[in-house]
Write a protein that binds this ligand. Structure first.
Ligand code: ACO
Length: 428
């Protein structure tokens, strides 16, 4: 029996509903028995007020701009840890000890290669295919190659497939890039770190040795940390929903990649940089701010606003700092950074954005860094998918290991025609 109860009155009858409490965050009204008690469903398109699951991975306080992974603030993780540490933390619940991190990193490193036949898949795509289209296809196809790890009822299979997904994603993404520029694929070099290996597979060529810039490696590793997980966002919910039917993990992650691609979600980093380039110079910012405020104009400030954050996205603050570090390390600059800084400042002073609590999100500055490193805009969302794979597999594992897990199956408010008789063709 829950400590608190909520009361719902329907047509004069009062029903008590249990109120559940998490370790932090708002309480939730448990409506699982609502239909049985009242014959009614709840209506919440977009799940604006619906907790779809119980989770111990990530906590967000959108009002305060707080993001914790297993209790650790994202700023501390971004500053002090590595992507491999964060991956271990999300998967296992605790930060790894030194030997645990070594073993985990070694395991991931030993799964970085792709089955050689998968290379044929790439050749089937047009050269100008979007990397996310390739990622969806190739990741979904992994289930055809790794039959030995698709029994989701076996914890060992789940572990191996999770490691495979995390390990192979950089190889898959780098190959998508190489294919688009017509360069040969590079095999992984397991003497390098996870992130350095990805940089080399992306920017190296077989004819020369590739020196990984330590500042770039650190910056990209930090970007991966910032994207590792974000509780029940659209793509993670997609992975959970796909997984709830018992689908294999490779298919579930492919579903997550498809969802992430959209411009309202992971595609926003690409859209944000395109927007900043279109604005071009600070004097044009007011015009774009007016457009974003105009109800008759579909234009939105990309990289601004968030379903959960009604305060500064803590990841955007780390991103902004990382832009400067990368510029300094590479001794480069980009006029879009100045446009971004001034756009942020002007928007935050504007009543429209203040009233609607619209702040820069993680995507606002990430494109500026990725572009300085040398990634084309089409690769941005692929990098997001690479990093988010850690969160997806951790959430998927959490769901499958839960003995109370059931298939996700929302209900609806039907507004179509009521029952009517079929009309033969000559009577319509
Ligand atoms: N520019 C201008 N106005 C905006 C913006 C924006 N970027 N974002 C929201 N608004 C306005 C909406 O027009 C709406 O106004 P209204 O109440 O007068 O109708 C109000 O703010 C609320 O917006 P919703 O779309 O209802 O908020 P929701 O929580 O559904 O959407 C979303 C959040 C999709 C992120 C939205 O802010 C947006 O489209 N932002 C731009 C795309 C973006 O940056 N996406 C990345 C999200 S982070 C991530 O996925 C990693």
């Amino acid at each position: 029996m829950a400590d608190k109860q909520a009361k719902l009155t329907v047509a004069g009858s009062e029903h008590e509903l249990p109120v559940l409490q998490g370790s932090c965050g708002p309480d939730v009204v448990d409506i699982r028995k609502l239909y049985g008690k009242t014959g009614m469903f709840t209506y919440d398109p977009g799940y604006k007020a619906t907790a779809s699951c119980e989770s111990a991975l990530t906590y967000i306080d959108g009002e305060e701009g707080v993001l914790l992974h297993r209790g650790y603030p994202i700023g501390q993780l971004a500053e002090n840890s590595s992507f491999m540490e964060v991956a271990y933390l999300l998967l296992n619940g605790e930060l790894p000890k030194s030997d645990e991190l070594d073993t985990f990193t070694h395991t991931i490193t030993r799964h970085t290669m792709l089955h050689e036949q998968l290379i044929q898949f790439y050749r089937g795509f047009r050269r100008d295919a979007h990397p996310m289209a390739i990622m969806c296809g190739v990741v979904g196809a992994l289930s055809a190659f790794y039959h030995d790890s698709t029994d989701i009822s076996d914890p060992e299979h789940r572990k191996i497939s999770s490691h495979r997904l995390i390990a192979k994603m950089p190889t898959i993404a780098a190959m998508a890039f190489k294919y688009s520029v017509g360069q040969p694929f590079l095999y992984p070099d397991n003497s390098l770190s996870y992130t350095a290996n990805f940089l080399r597979m992306t920017f190296g060529v077989p004819a020369e040795s590739y020196e990984v810039h330590p500042a770039v490696e650190r910056a990209l590793d930090r970007i991966f940390i910032l994207h590792a997980d974000h509780e029940q966002n659209a793509s993670t919910s997609t992975v959970r929903l796909a997984g709830s039917s018992g689908a294999n993990p490779f298919a579930c992650i492919a579903a997550g990649i498809a969802c992430l691609w959209g411009p309202a979600h992971g595609g926003a980093n690409e859209a944000a940089l395109n927007m900043l380039r279109e604005i071009g110079t600070p004097d044009r910012i007011p015009h774009y701010i007016e457009r974003a405020k105009d109800k008759n104009d579909p234009f939105r400030l990309m990289g601004f606003g968030h379903r959960v954050y009604k305060n500064y996205d803590p990841r955007a603050a780390v991103m902004q700092k990382t832009v400067r570090e990368v510029f300094d390390a590479l001794n480069v600059t980009d006029p879009v950074f100045e446009v971004a800084l001034q756009l942020e400042e002007m928007a935050l002073q504007d009543d429209y954005f203040a009233e609607k609590k619209l702040f820069p999100n993680v995507d606002f500055y990430s494109g500026v860094i990725l572009s300085a490193i040398g990634f084309p805009t089409t690769m941005f969302t692929a990098l997001f998918a690479l990093a988010r794979t850690v969160g997806w597999v951790a959430q998927w594992n959490e769901m499958i290991s839960d003995p109370g897990q059931v298939i996700g199956r929302p209900r609806q408010l039907y507004v179509g025609p009521t029952e009517r008789d079929y009309l033969p063709l000559d009577k319509r």
